[in-house]
Structure formats: structure tokens, C-alpha cells
Design a protein around this ligand. Structure first.
Ligand SMILES: [Zn+2]
Length: 549
């Protein structure tokens, strides 16, 4: 098998920005199109209810983050348009972000999931553009979110999917089967992640209060997660068992637990994460939903949901990478390997080759649908709903804007956390190609078994040895024959001068490994933590999606 060239996230991130720029609707406030069909018969994209706060917030976030990877903010013009869309959607009265009047019959209102995605966009706007406007908008949204929260005992929650001013908030917020709406999707769960990041940066007391009370709601009162960490659907709501909202909330709870160094809460997250790992693959494929576990659904309408859903969401991959990285940072260093392996699905899900797709040239765009150059414009997005061995969902390229943006965010999480500088100590956790102001790192697999690291400042270097590689198999070349010490899982080289290079060489052999994914057996072809194929092949084989030409 031809294995192609080494992976460079800069190429993937630059292409992702192309997608974020091109998929905005110039005739409607530059909102992205949430759904798209990329097909050999026709290709088009269309608007949905998720194009407002959810897609705009996520696209802004992902475009900025991918610009950081590339080292050049290629998407800046589009980002300014997305900021303008956020200004348009934020209410002067309550600070919440609203779905506005539209031609595709979406009711107006402030959807609870949307607030979370907007918050992520505002955070990247604040951190990387350092514009106070973003902070002001966050503060107004937080006040609005606090004022509409329902408070009971030791927690707050949102017992509605969409807030509309003047609406009657139900007094009875539980039924006999659980909370009145899906607690992580709408009840406040997914809001915890951006809230925790904001609190980490600012120490804001309102954020602190909301974090504590929303976390208490999810962990102690929501009845989403069982004592063993499981979150099977019970068939209560359409988003019951929805993996992304569960693990998105869990990633947020972990960020909060890490700030507080709450070991009990970190252990709770580890338990949910371990269970969630069993729902997917070691290479980052995770199902859109967990489905029913042999039980009858609470609501007859959800009878169609047996077992583990056979298609993915890239959103889930990014949530699992996020959780793995923060578990690793908080003591479980084996989770670095999980994050590195999960990133394979980010690579596999990116839409890079569209030569097979048909561009529709004989239909004009409508207010709800675009045909113009859709395959070409779509390049760089991350498809959702892949099968474990198939770029497509049984022949259908089934994609969503949430996943397109989650892919960019996932790349950034891996790229950003791959290295860290603390004083004069440089840590290498993930083996990728990366260059920033502190380090140049070259990882040559599959072309060669080489990792080359050039710190840009004098100091000590710690390199994490991945679980797949024995330290005995590594030859470490230091520039002045410095001593290499081992403190597992790290190799340590002290006293490097700025610009000196350390090179590790090791055997890079293709290994085949079988695993059960969502109930079916697949064989992966790996070198270390990088995946090159999954067999048996699906309709659109994974090797085409995994190998860099
Ligand atoms: Zn998604």
C-alpha cells in the first residue's frame, strides 16, 4: 500500500478556512448553510434552523483557530462578516442570540444550544482579536442566561429548548422519566464548556456561580448519566443518547473540574469517558447517538433507535479529543495516545477530493438553497455521518456545518496542546508537524521513522514516548552528546541551547489491528498512532481519506 506523505495540519487548516469563507450566504447576513449534499448526480447546500447562532458561532471560532495553526489569518474578511451576523442576532434587551425572521420557516427565539456555539465564537474573538466588544457581548449574554435560568435547590437549569420573551416557563420541570427537555443539549449542559473556558481566563464571579450550579444539575439531577458512566438513550426525546451534546457537556465539566482540581469530579469524567470510548473506535470514529440498549423507548416515536448508531459526527471526535487531552493534562498521561489516535478521524473526514462530485450549473440559487460551485466551495469542510470504514454514509456524503466547524476546532486542540512551554521547559506531548514561536517539530511518518525537535529558546526538553513505541527501540541524537534520561513516559534532555535540534529515530512499521466498532469487526492499518486504512472497505474507502497525496 502506498502510504503518501507526512501529515501537516497547516494544509488541513488552510483548506478548512477555504470552506468557512466560501460557504457563507452573501444574500442573507452571511449565514453558513447547515446542510449540504455532495453527490455524483448533483450538489447543493441549504439553510436550516442551525444556521443562526450555532453555525455562525462555530464558523467564527473554527476559522480563527485554523488561522492560528496556519500562522496567518486567512479567513479574516469572512470572520468580520460572521461578527456582523452575531451583532445582528444579539438582543439589546436580554443579550441572548436569536434566530431571526427567515424564508425557511424557523421560528424566532433564543435556542439554548445556539448560545453555546455563539459563546465559543465570542471566546476566540476575544482571545485572538483582543477586542473588548467580544467581552461586552459575553457579559450581556451571561446576564441574560442567568436571568432566564430556573433555580432549584443547589442548581440552575433551562427547562425549554428555545426561549421566547414573555413565554411561560413550566413549573413542573421533571416528568416521571426525567427532565422535561434533553438536559445536555438544551438544559444547560453544553453551555458549561465555553463557560468554563471563560471562567478560566477571567475568574468572572457570575461565570463561577453558573458553572457550579449547571455542573451540579448535570451530574446530580439531570438523570442523563448512570452510575457506571453510561448514557444510553431511553427514547425520551429526539436528542436522547446524542453523543455530541453528552461529551460536549462532559468536556466542559472536565475543564471546570481541572480548574478546581476536584479529583472526585475528574474521576466522574474518566468513568463517562471510558464508557464513551467503548461506543466508538480507537481511531476517533464515534457514533452520532448511542441508541436504545435493548429497552423499550419511553416514547413510541423513538422506537427506531436500537443499539449504537452506525454513522458518526465529527463533533463527537472533537469532544473526545478535548476530553482525552484534559484527562491527560490532569494525570492520566495514557490519554495523550487516545487524542493522537482520535485525530485520525479528523483527517479522514475532511472533504479534500471533490473531483467525483457534480456541480449543478442550470439552477439558480434561491433564498434557502445554493447550487453555485458547491463541490468546489465545500472543499475543506469536515463531513459528518461517516461509517467506521467509509468516508460516506453507505454511499451518501452526509454533511453538516456543525461537523465542518468541529473539525477545525479539533485540529486546533491537537495542534495547540501538542507542545507547551513552562518557563524554560518545553514539553512535547503529541507527535505532529508544528511550528510556532517556541518550537519547530517535524514528524516524518510514514516517509521515515523520525521525530525532529528544535526548541527556539534555551532550556530543557521533555518528550513523551507514545504507548506504541518501546524506549529501547528509539535512538536519540542530541547535538552535543547530552545525556538523555528517562522518567516514563518522558525522555528528558537538559540544557539545550536555543535552536539546537534533537532527533529521535525509530522503526516505523505498518501494523494491522482488529477492533470491534459499533458491533462490527474492522482491521486498521497503523504506523504508531497514525491510521492509513480500515478494512473491509466501505463505499468510499478510508485509505483515500487517510493518506496524504
Ligand atoms: Zn456535527
Amino acid at each position: 500500500m502506498e502510504l503518501g506523505k507526512a501529515l501537516d495540519y497547516r494544509d488541513l487548516a488552510a483548506l478548512a478556512i477555504h470552506h468557512y469563507k466560501e460557504m457563507l450566504d452573501p444574500d442573507y447576513h452571511h449565514l453558513p448553510y447547515f446542510f449540504a449534499k455532495i453527490g455524483s448526480d448533483e450538489s447543493f447546500a441549504w439553510h436550516s434552523e442551525w444556521d443562526f447562532g450555532d453555525a455562525v458561532g462555530r464558523f467564527l471560532d473554527a476559522s480563527i483557530l485554523c488561522g492560528e495553526i496556519v500562522g496567518d489569518r486567512l479567513g479574516r474578511d469572512a470572520e468580520e462578516r460572521l461578527k456582523e451576523a452575531l451583532r445582528w442576532m444579539q438582543s439589546d434587551e436580554d443579550g441572548l442570540f436569536y434566530r431571526m425572521s427567515n424564508d425557511w420557516d424557523v421560528p424566532a427565539g433564543a435556542n439554548m444550544f445556539d448560545q453555546r456555539s455563539v459563546f465559543l465564537g465570542l471566546l476566540s474573538w476575544l482571545r485572538f482579536d483582543q477586542e473588548e466588544e467580544a467581552r461586552t457581548r459575553i457579559e450581556r449574554m451571561l446576564k441574560g442566561m442567568r436571568s432566564i435560568a430556573v433555580e432549584r435547590d443547589d442548581y440552575i437549569c433551562y427547562p425549554f429548548e428555545t426561549y421566547v420573551p414573555g413565554m411561560e416557563v413550566p413549573d413542573r420541570i421533571y416528568t416521571e422519566h426525567g427532565f422535561i427537555v434533553e438536559p445536555t443539549h438544551y438544559g444547560g449542559g453544553v453551555f458549561i464548556l465555553p463557560l468554563a473556558i471563560y471562567y478560566e481566563w477571567t475568574g468572572d464571579p457570575l461565570a463561577a456561580e453558573m458553572l457550579e450550579k449547571l455542573t451540579t444539575f448535570i451530574v446530580k439531577h439531570s438523570r442523563v448519566f448512570e452510575a457506571d458512566g453510561s448514557f444510553w438513550s431511553k427514547g425520551r426525546y429526539p436528542d436522547d443518547g446524542h453523543f455530541h451534546s453528552k461529551m460536549g457537556a462532559v468536556a466542559g465539566i472536565l475543564r471546570y473540574a481541572a480548574i478546581k482540581q476536584d479529583r472526585e469530579l475528574i474521576a466522574w469524567v474518566q468513568k463517562v469517558y471510558d464508557w464513551a470510548c467503548g461506543m466508538g473506535s480507537t481511531y476517533g470514529w464515534f457514533p452520532e447517538g448511542t441508541g436504545l440498549n435493548g429497552e423499550e423507548p419511553v416514547d413510541e416515536r423513538y422506537r427506531w433507535l436500537p443499539g449504537i448508531i452506525q454513522h458518526s459526527e465529527t463533533c463527537c471526535t472533537t469532544d473526545m479529543i478535548h476530553t482525552a487531552i484534559y484527562l491527560a493534562k490532569n494525570g492520566n498521561t495514557a490519554c495523550w495516545d487516545d487524542a493522537e489516535r482520535f485525530a485520525n478521524t479528523l483527517v479522514a473526514s475532511q472533504v479534500r477530493d471533490v473531483t467525483w462530485a457534480k456541480t449543478v450549473t442550470d439552477k439558480p440559487d434561491t433564498p434557502t438553497r445554493t447550487y453555485r460551485d458547491v463541490p468546489q466551495r465545500y472543499r475543506g469542510g469536515f463531513t459528518g455521518r461517516m461509517n467506521p470504514n467509509d468516508f460516506s454514509n453507505r454511499g451518501k456524503v452526509d454533511t453538516m456545518a456543525c461537523c465542518c466547524a468541529a473539525g477545525g476546532r479539533g485540529l486546533y486542540l491537537v495542534w495547540d496542546n501538542a507542545t507547551s512551554l513552562n518557563g524554560d521547559k518545553l514539553d512535547i506531548q503529541l507527535w505532529i508537524n508544528k511550528e510556532n514561536e517556541h518550537v519547530k517539530m517535524e514528524y516524518e511518518v510514514p516517509e521515515a521513522g523520525v521525530l525532529r525537535i528544535q526548541p527556539k529558546q534555551a532550556g530543557d526538553l521533555r518528550i513523551r514516548v507514545p504507548g506504541w513505541l518501546s524506549t529501547d527501540a528509539i535512538a536519540c541524537h542530541t547535538p552535543r552528546r547530552q545525556r538523555v534520561t528517562l522518567s516514563l513516559p518522558y525522555l528528558i534532555i537538559e540544557g539545550l541551547e536555543a535552536g539546537e535540534t534533537v532527533e529521535l529515530s525509530f522503526p516505523a512499521e505498518l501494523v494491522k489491528r482488529e477492533e470491534i466498532v459499533a458491533g462490527h469487526a474492522y482491521v486498521g492499518a497503523w504506523i504508531g498512532n497514525r491510521l492509513f486504512d480500515v478494512s473491509p472497505s466501505g463505499v468510499m474507502p478510508m485509505n483515500k481519506a487517510l493518506i496524504m497525496k
